[in-house]
Design a protein around this ligand. Structure first.
Ligand SMILES: C[S@@+](CC[C@H](N)C(=O)[O-])C[C@H]1O[C@@H](n2cnc3c(N)ncnc32)[C@H](O)[C@@H]1O
Length: 205
């Protein structure tokens, strides 16, 4: 993740956060519990929303530019989350370590989507919960065509972010059972990053 994008990240999201994204984060994270791993934590915008039911929190973030503000937020957090340098494709944990896994606005940016999801599945305990929030491709029509046309330039500006992924299908293909899925437009976002899905999925017992 580039230094410029990391420095601008909170400001770029501010409008969407104020218009509802922050409330999405708070609602999503409400059921998090036990030993919890967040992948691609970015600057740490989720940290404020972890409930008291989380007993230990690890924040994995492979970009040193994102980790700098993340570490500042983590140092002030009651759970004292451990911040680690690890991509979601290669998580330095034993199988079935975590009760909860959190992934928000990350799967658009990873280079190996299925590899990440398989690795996240591996480190989650059977019965464990995946909390997700991702922006995805439009269903069809000119908006989807426009996403495809814009994607190469957008990837350069937004550090690898893809506009055209159908992430829900990949979550299921990795073996997760989607228990809750809300499809809703991201507030105050440009139309090409507007379609979002969020909810919970479980690793079957
Ligand atoms: C758009 S930001 C989202 C940050 C944060 N999760 C949020 O909700 O605001 C995408 C994040 O994914 C991280 N990222 C990119 N590739 C990754 C990978 N392979 N594994 C884990 N995180 C990755 C980036 O460094 C960046 O912090």
């Amino acid at each position: 993740m580039g230094r410029l994008f990391a420095r601008m990240y909170d400001r770029v999201l501010q409008g969407a956060e104020d218009a509802g994204l922050r409330a999405w984060r708070a609602n999503l994270l409400g059921p998090a519990s036990g030993v919890t791993l967040e992948v691609g934590s970015g600057t740490g915008l989720n940290l404020a929303h972890y409930p008291a039911t989380v007993t230990r929190l690890v924040a994995a973030e492979p970009s040193r530019h994102m980790r700098a503000p993340l570490e500042v937020r983590a140092a002030q957090h009651r759970l004292a989350p451990e911040v680690i340098d690890a991509p979601a494709e290669s998580l330095p944990f034993e199988d079935a370590t975590f009760d909860t896994l959190v992934c928000t606005l990350v799967l658009c940016s990873v280079s190996d989507l299925d590899g990440c999801l398989n690795e996240m599945f591996r480190v989650l305990k059977p019965g464990g919960r995946l909390i997700y929030l991702e922006h995805v491709a439009h269903d069809g029509g000119w908006r989807k065509v426009f996403q495809h046309i814009l994607e190469p330039a957008w990837r350069l500006w937004a550090d690898g972010c893809r506009l055209t992924r159908s992430t829900g299908r990949h979550i299921e293909a990795a073996g997760f059972l989607i228990d809750e899925r809300i499809d809703e437009d991201m507030p105050l976002a440009p139309f090409f990053v507007r379609p979002c899905l969020r909810g919970q999925a479980f690793r079957p017992n």
